[in-house]
Design a protein around this ligand. Structure first.
Ligand code: SF4
Length: 102
């Protein structure tokens, strides 16, 4: 005689096991996107939004690469910004806190 509850539990367990590779893959994607300076800052980050951060500056002569708060290496496409610890901004980006490099 089959136990219906055991079958349902087994089925739920197997469904959960099937989801593990997807979760692991999603975690890998996040790790792969993280550069040497951390995860890329999203324009949807609340602080980024508040400061009007964009990944490509529309302001002539002003971008993250020539901002005093940017500490990325010259020539790299992204790097750290003092305002967003643990995250990387695009060198071509811009936000309203831009100040000229000293
Ligand atoms: S503070 Fe400077 S480096 Fe940081 S996001 Fe704004 S413009 Fe870019």
């Amino acid at each position: 005689m089959k136990n219906k509850k055991t079958d349902q539990t087994r089925r739920s367990f197997l469904k959960g096991m099937a989801a593990i590779p997807l979760v692991t893959f999603a975690g890998y994607q996040t790790a792969a996107q993280a550069g040497a300076h951390g995860i890329m800052l999203s324009v949807d980050d609340p602080t980024a939004k508040a400061l009007g951060y964009v990944e490509t500056s529309a302001v002539a002569g002003k971008n993250c690469a020539n901002c005093n708060l940017y500490t990325g290496t010259e020539g790299e496409t992204s790097g750290p910004c003092a305002i967003f610890p643990g995250k990387a901004v695009t060198a071509a980006g811009y936000c309203n806190s831009w100040i000229p490099k000293m």
